[in-house]
Write a protein that binds this ligand. Structure first.
Ligand code: DQA
Length: 143
Protein backbone atom coordinates (compact mmCIF):
# COMPACT_ATOMS: atom_id res chain seq x y z
CA UNK A 1 0.00 0.00 0.00
CA UNK A 2 1.15 3.45 -0.91
CA UNK A 3 0.39 6.05 1.77
CA UNK A 4 0.67 9.68 0.72
CA UNK A 5 1.65 11.85 3.68
CA UNK A 6 1.14 15.54 3.01
CA UNK A 7 2.39 18.39 5.15
CA UNK A 8 1.27 21.97 4.69
CA UNK A 9 2.75 25.40 5.30
CA UNK A 10 5.47 26.07 7.86
CA UNK A 11 5.89 22.42 8.74
CA UNK A 12 9.29 22.56 6.98
CA UNK A 13 10.32 24.75 9.95
CA UNK A 14 9.70 22.08 12.58
CA UNK A 15 12.54 21.72 15.03
CA UNK A 16 13.00 25.47 15.37
CA UNK A 17 9.36 26.54 14.99
CA UNK A 18 7.73 27.19 18.38
CA UNK A 19 9.31 24.06 19.96
CA UNK A 20 7.23 24.54 23.12
CA UNK A 21 4.16 23.79 20.96
CA UNK A 22 5.49 21.52 18.22
CA UNK A 23 8.46 19.82 19.89
CA UNK A 24 12.04 19.65 18.71
CA UNK A 25 11.71 16.93 16.09
CA UNK A 26 12.24 18.09 12.52
CA UNK A 27 9.99 17.08 9.64
CA UNK A 28 12.81 14.78 8.46
CA UNK A 29 12.75 13.11 11.92
CA UNK A 30 8.99 12.59 11.63
CA UNK A 31 9.47 11.08 8.18
CA UNK A 32 12.08 8.65 9.56
CA UNK A 33 9.83 7.62 12.45
CA UNK A 34 6.93 7.02 10.07
CA UNK A 35 8.95 5.15 7.43
CA UNK A 36 10.30 2.95 10.21
CA UNK A 37 6.77 2.27 11.47
CA UNK A 38 5.56 1.54 7.94
CA UNK A 39 8.13 -1.25 7.62
CA UNK A 40 6.10 -3.12 10.29
CA UNK A 41 3.19 -2.98 7.89
CA UNK A 42 2.97 -3.64 4.19
CA UNK A 43 3.16 0.09 3.48
CA UNK A 44 5.27 2.49 1.46
CA UNK A 45 5.36 6.12 2.61
CA UNK A 46 5.40 8.98 0.12
CA UNK A 47 6.19 11.93 2.41
CA UNK A 48 5.90 15.51 1.11
CA UNK A 49 5.68 19.11 2.32
CA UNK A 50 4.57 22.26 0.57
CA UNK A 51 3.94 25.84 1.60
CA UNK A 52 1.68 26.23 -1.40
CA UNK A 53 -2.04 25.49 -1.19
CA UNK A 54 -2.19 24.90 -4.95
CA UNK A 55 0.61 22.33 -4.86
CA UNK A 56 -1.16 20.44 -2.07
CA UNK A 57 -4.38 20.47 -4.15
CA UNK A 58 -2.47 19.08 -7.17
CA UNK A 59 -0.88 16.32 -5.09
CA UNK A 60 -4.31 15.31 -3.73
CA UNK A 61 -5.70 15.25 -7.29
CA UNK A 62 -2.81 13.03 -8.44
CA UNK A 63 -3.33 10.66 -5.49
CA UNK A 64 -6.58 9.41 -6.94
CA UNK A 65 -5.77 6.07 -8.51
CA UNK A 66 -2.15 6.03 -7.35
CA UNK A 67 -2.30 6.17 -3.53
CA UNK A 68 -4.16 3.88 -1.11
CA UNK A 69 -4.77 6.58 1.50
CA UNK A 70 -3.75 10.07 2.56
CA UNK A 71 -2.44 11.28 5.92
CA UNK A 72 -2.71 15.07 5.92
CA UNK A 73 -1.39 17.74 8.22
CA UNK A 74 -2.61 20.80 6.35
CA UNK A 75 -1.10 23.24 8.87
CA UNK A 76 -2.91 26.57 8.87
CA UNK A 77 -4.77 25.67 5.65
CA UNK A 78 -6.78 23.32 7.88
CA UNK A 79 -8.59 26.38 9.17
CA UNK A 80 -9.07 28.19 5.87
CA UNK A 81 -9.08 25.97 2.81
CA UNK A 82 -12.25 25.02 0.98
CA UNK A 83 -9.98 24.12 -1.96
CA UNK A 84 -8.33 21.36 0.06
CA UNK A 85 -11.72 20.11 1.23
CA UNK A 86 -12.99 19.96 -2.35
CA UNK A 87 -9.86 18.13 -3.52
CA UNK A 88 -10.14 15.58 -0.69
CA UNK A 89 -13.80 14.95 -1.42
CA UNK A 90 -12.94 14.18 -5.03
CA UNK A 91 -10.00 11.91 -4.18
CA UNK A 92 -12.15 8.92 -3.19
CA UNK A 93 -9.48 7.78 -0.73
CA UNK A 94 -9.47 7.34 3.03
CA UNK A 95 -8.04 10.50 4.60
CA UNK A 96 -6.75 10.85 8.16
CA UNK A 97 -6.31 14.43 9.38
CA UNK A 98 -3.42 14.87 11.80
CA UNK A 99 -1.98 17.67 13.90
CA UNK A 100 1.07 17.68 16.13
CA UNK A 101 -0.52 19.99 18.67
CA UNK A 102 -3.89 19.67 20.38
CA UNK A 103 -5.60 22.38 18.36
CA UNK A 104 -8.53 22.44 20.81
CA UNK A 105 -6.24 23.62 23.61
CA UNK A 106 -5.17 26.58 21.49
CA UNK A 107 -6.70 29.69 19.89
CA UNK A 108 -10.34 29.51 18.91
CA UNK A 109 -9.57 29.92 15.19
CA UNK A 110 -7.77 26.56 15.34
CA UNK A 111 -10.90 24.79 16.61
CA UNK A 112 -12.47 24.86 13.16
CA UNK A 113 -11.27 22.52 10.44
CA UNK A 114 -12.50 22.88 6.88
CA UNK A 115 -11.06 19.51 5.96
CA UNK A 116 -12.47 17.25 8.73
CA UNK A 117 -15.71 16.56 6.79
CA UNK A 118 -13.56 14.71 4.21
CA UNK A 119 -11.61 12.73 6.82
CA UNK A 120 -12.31 9.30 8.27
CA UNK A 121 -10.95 10.65 11.56
CA UNK A 122 -8.77 13.27 13.18
CA UNK A 123 -5.73 12.74 15.42
CA UNK A 124 -4.19 15.69 17.25
CA UNK A 125 -2.02 16.46 20.22
CA UNK A 126 0.52 13.62 20.17
CA UNK A 127 3.38 15.31 18.35
CA UNK A 128 5.17 13.09 15.83
CA UNK A 129 3.19 10.17 17.24
CA UNK A 130 0.00 11.62 15.73
CA UNK A 131 1.33 10.47 12.34
CA UNK A 132 2.08 6.94 13.61
CA UNK A 133 -1.37 6.67 15.16
CA UNK A 134 -2.85 7.64 11.80
CA UNK A 135 -0.82 4.90 10.11
CA UNK A 136 -2.02 2.39 12.73
CA UNK A 137 -5.63 3.43 12.16
CA UNK A 138 -5.23 3.00 8.41
CA UNK A 139 -4.29 -0.68 8.76
CA UNK A 140 -7.84 -1.59 9.78
CA UNK A 141 -9.35 0.67 7.15
CA UNK A 142 -7.22 -0.71 4.31
CA UNK A 143 -7.41 -4.40 5.23
C1 DQA B 1 -0.85 22.24 13.09
C2 DQA B 1 -1.89 23.11 13.82
C3 DQA B 1 -2.29 24.30 12.97
O1 DQA B 1 -3.23 25.09 13.66
C4 DQA B 1 -1.08 25.15 12.65
O2 DQA B 1 -1.44 26.21 11.79
C5 DQA B 1 0.03 24.36 12.07
C6 DQA B 1 0.34 23.05 12.63
C7 DQA B 1 -0.32 21.10 13.99
O3 DQA B 1 0.27 20.15 13.43
O4 DQA B 1 -0.45 21.15 15.21
O5 DQA B 1 0.75 24.81 11.18
O6 DQA B 1 -1.49 21.64 11.97
Amino acid sequence: KNILVLNGPNLNMLGSREPEIYGTETLADIKDILVNRASDYDCVIDFRQSNSEGELVSWIQEARGTASAIILNAGAYTHTSIALLDALQTAELPVIEVHLSNVFKREKFRHTSYISPAAVGVICGFGAKSYCLALDALQDILS
